[in-house]
Design a protein around this ligand. Structure first.
Ligand SMILES: NC(=O)c1ccc[n+]([C@@H]2O[C@H](COP(=O)([O-])OP(=O)(O)OC[C@H]3O[C@@H](n4cnc5c(N)ncnc54)[C@H](OP(=O)(O)O)[C@@H]3O)[C@@H](O)[C@H]2O)c1
Length: 245
């Protein structure tokens, strides 16, 4: 049987590019997102390869996550890798009447991702092992003043995944945290400056290589983000808040 990967947020951007990349690598695919029509188009595009199962899923509806992942697994006849990729990147600032945006970001990027990871761990334990991947961000390395809630959501996801690694390893489940820099997707097309931008296709190729090697965590691309994030972490807070505009 071919290997199978389930990807949340597969309708556009990184999730979609990962679906295409894993199809090219001969994996069966379980794809979910809120926009089912986009998943249907993608399924058509990928027809001819291994099995493709699709499902509508809003990861913010936490109770529905286990059911949808289970259904995708059953359709594929098993699963080896689950990628918690679904995420949003809106801006909001405290005291400006936009707390609802913060709540949405945490609901999707943190709770939605944790619900995905929780359901994935249950499935993979039954499979006898596998791998859980979280698409976090370089924005999680330090508090970024341009996107406070987004930055906090990615720090939370990365920290959570670091914390569960030991437990899941005992069940032969590897945990991989991917921290993309700027990847050319709808989440950031409105931004005027996107340093070191790479295409979603190249990003997906690099991510799939890292996932295959079961790295614990990595920036994507490694260079220059590994250096930038290391420097970011070394800057004292009394300077960070001044340059972090
Ligand atoms: N692009 C970058 O430069 C970059 C950098 C660092 C990290 N990331 C992370 O990479 C991940 C993918 O983002 P992207 O760049 O590919 O952006 P994108 O093109 O906007 O894709 C986001 C995906 O998440 C899905 N999604 C959003 N809310 C959802 C929800 N409530 N339930 C289920 N699916 C949901 C969207 O599908 P539907 O709308 O159809 O549900 C879409 O497929 C995100 O976690 C993002 O934070 C991206």
């Amino acid at each position: 049987m071919s290997k199978a990967v389930i990807i949340t947020g597969a309708s556009t951007g990184i999730g979609r590019a990962l679906a295409v990349e894993y199809s090219r690598r001969g994996y069966a695919l379980g794809l979910c997102a809120r926009r089912l029509e986009l998943l249907e188009e993608l399924k058509q595009e990928l027809s001819g390869g291994e099995a493709v199962a699709i499902a509508k899923l809003d990861v913010a509806e936490l109770e529905s996550v286990p059911e949808v992942l289970q259904k995708l697994k059953e359709e594929l006849g098993g699963v080896n890798i689950v990628i918690a990729n679904a995420g949003i990147g809106e801006r909001s600032f405290p005291g400006e009447g936009s707390f609802e945006v913060d709540r949405r970001i945490i609901g999707i990027n943190v709770l939605g991702a944790m619900a995905t990871i929780d359901a994935a761990a249950e499935l993979l334990k039954k499979e006898g092992g596998g791998q859980i991947v979280g698409i976090s961000s370089v924005a999680g390395f330090r508090g970024l003043s341009a996107t406070p809630a987004y930055s906090a959501s990615k720090a939370a996801l990365s920290t959570y995944m670091e914390a569960i690694r030991n437990h899941l390893m005992q069940h032969k489940i590897a945990v991989t945290v991917i921290n993309p820099g700027f990847i050319d997707t709808p989440i950031n097309t409105h931004r005027q400056i996107r340093p070191f931008l790479i295409s979603a296709e190249k990003g997906a190729r690099l991510m799939a290589d890292m996932i295959e090697k079961q790295v614990f965590s990595s920036t994507v691309p490694v260079w220059p983000w590994a250096v930038i994030t290391t420097i970011m972490r070394l800057i004292p807070e009394r300077f960070w808040y001044k340059i972090n505009v």
